[in-house]
Design a protein around this ligand. Structure first.
Ligand code: JCK
Length: 237
């Protein structure tokens, strides 16, 4: 997968050289390039923003540098993090992971001139996404999150592909609690069922715990499950 990131803060993306994303880049699974938007400015001050038409707080990112930057790196699928974007989901991550070329536009200030998105949409698919109902300073952090969610779905990146099959947001439930050695720690014991070796019983326990946890923390995710399945939950842990 080819990924181009356009930003006025290229140094934000140092973390993408670490861990599994760094490994994916090293093995050629991920071809990532980070571009400084100011490359495509033409004034001595390398200006990327200006005051908003119609008044209002702050500054807006000028269209000209963006138009030239997107022409230079495109076409591809343009992903624009934004406070007004569609909520980004695991399904979106899976859809993006199936594509050959992603372009991330990192806005700052009060956002990017709308004509940049409108013009780009005549040339390539555009996805405006939001990470959640809180306000960030800009799109860079959102791109790092999206890059993690997408890269871990690329074949060959996660050593244990089984991890992907068990994923909560893919399976529609939150995962059950996880434990490792020692069996007892600060007088807290690992649930006996997990040490029983009875894989059928362990699977049922994990499913029940996932249902209880989801019902408690994310009732919105329970829409797909009949209430009766909660009755079957073995409430013994
Ligand atoms: N993904 C994601 C995001 C972002 C995000 C993503 C990209 C940019 C580019 C610039 N900003 C800053 C900003 C902050 C507030 C506003 C709203 N305006 C303020 C006064 C009148 C309305 C506009 C921009 C960004 C924020 N925030 N939260 C998410 N889940």
């Amino acid at each position: 997968m080819r990924v181009d990131v356009i930003t006025i803060f290229p140094d934000y993306f140092g973390p993408l050289s670490l861990s599994l994303i760094g490994k994916a880049r090293g093995t050629g699974l991920l071809d990532l390039e980070v571009h400084d938007l100011r490359t495509w400015t033409s004034d001595v001050h390398r200006t990327v923003d200006d005051t908003p038409y119609g008044g209002g707080p702050g500054m807006v990112m000028r269209p000209e540098p963006w138009g030239q930057a997107l022409a230079a790196v495109g076409p591809g699928t343009l992903v624009v993090p934004s406070p007004v974007g569609k909520p980004f989901t695991q399904a979106d991550a899976a859809a993006l992971a199936s594509l050959d070329h992603l372009i991330f536009a990192c806005g700052r200030y009060e956002g990017i001139d709308q004509r940049v998105i409108d013009d780009a949409a005549t040339r390539m698919p555009v996805l405006e996404v939001s990470l959640g109902d809180y306000v960030l300073f800009g799109g860079e952090v959102a791109v790092i999150v999206i890059m993690e969610a997408v890269t871990r779905l690329l074949p060959g990146v996660l050593g244990n592909a089984d991890s992907l099959t068990e994923e909560s947001h893919a399976a529609g439930l939150l995962e059950a609690p996880v434990y490792t050695k020692p069996a007892s720690w600060r007088e807290l014991d690992v649930p006996d069922v997990l040490r029983s070796g009875d894989h059928g019983r362990i699977a049922r326990w994990r499913r029940d715990q996932a249902l209880l946890r989801t019902a408690s923390r994310r009732p919105d995710m329970m829409a797909g499950y009949p209430p009766s399945s909660l009755d079957k939950a073995d409430r013994k842990t």
